[in-house]
Write a protein that binds this ligand. Structure first.
Ligand code: PEP
Length: 249
């Protein structure tokens, strides 16, 4: 039985006071919902403030990105070890905004995945197709290629300390959600690809869905057999909406 997880990706939003208020709300939710994992992913400059605000609660803290290198002469970068030192236990790798706006390749995502685990962080590996790729019928090929790039570098066993998030690019921040059936189809495809290499791991790895999840559509998505929770962007900035999504999980 996989434990449901809901992570709020705050993206590049909020000031310190917002991070404190959102983290307090998240901490209260994590306490009220002991049957699921609730986590928030502030901008890294707000990690310490969020950690302080959530102290003593089971709220998970994560980062949205990490450097593809360990500490050293990489001006402006933040290493996995630094994020862990600030209280992060999880980190996103391969979010579509980093792949498509900032040009991160599958190879860079795989390097970051490896760095995250080396720093003791749990990588949340984001996979997803663009609208053109979906319309061309290549959704499964794209997400499997993205997954394979990580497995080729880090090995199948690395999934024991990772979370996967399927996030169709066309559904992120657009208000357009994949239907529960569309999402389930991709989640099942990912799980069966993993099962071909390691059936036990496939049954244990959590695959979250992300893309315009709201309080009103979360329950139907999370009811699907292979959807183990959500990665939530915009709605995670609205405490009542985030709470409704967590309750649906
Ligand atoms: C995201 O950024 O990971 C995301 C899913 O965003 P939204 O919920 O706003 O679509």
């Amino acid at each position: 039985m996989r434990r449901a997880m809901v992570l709020g990706n705050w993206k590049m939003n909020g000031r310190r006071a917002d991070a404190v208020a959102w983290a307090r709300a998240g901490a209260a939710l994590a306490v009220a919902l002991p049957g699921i994992d609730v986590g928030v992913l502030p901008a890294c400059v707000h990690l310490a403030a969020a950690r302080e605000a959530a102290q003593g609660s089971p709220l998970l803290l994560g980062a949205q990105n990490l450097a593809a290198w360990s500490d050293g002469a990489y001006t402006g970068e933040v290493s996995g070890a630094m994020l862990a030192d600030c209280g992060a236990s999880h980190v996103l790798v391969g979010h579509s905004e980093r792949r498509h706006v900032l040009g991160e390749s599958d190879a860079v995502v795989a390097e970051k995945f490896e760095r995250a685990q080396a720093a003791g962080l749990v990588p949340v590996l984001c996979l997803g197709e663009t609208l053109d790729e979906r319309e061309a019928g290549s959704t499964e090929a794209v997400v499997l290629r993205q997954l394979d790039a990580v497995l080729a570098r880090c090995g199948i066993a690395s999934l024991a300390r990772a979370v996967i998030a399927y996030e169709p690019v066309w559904a992120i921040g657009t208000g357009r959600t994949a239907s529960p059936a569309q999402a389930q189809e991709v989640h099942a495809c990912l799980r069966s690809a993993i099962a071909k290499r390691d059936a036990m791991l496939a049954s244990l790895v959590r695959i979250l869905y992300g893309g315009s999840v709201k309080g009103s559509n979360a329950a139907q998505l999370f009811a699907q057999a292979d959807i183990d929770g959500g990665l939530i962007g915009g709605a995670s900035l609205v405490p009542d909406e985030f709470a409704a999504i967590c309750r649906a999980a």
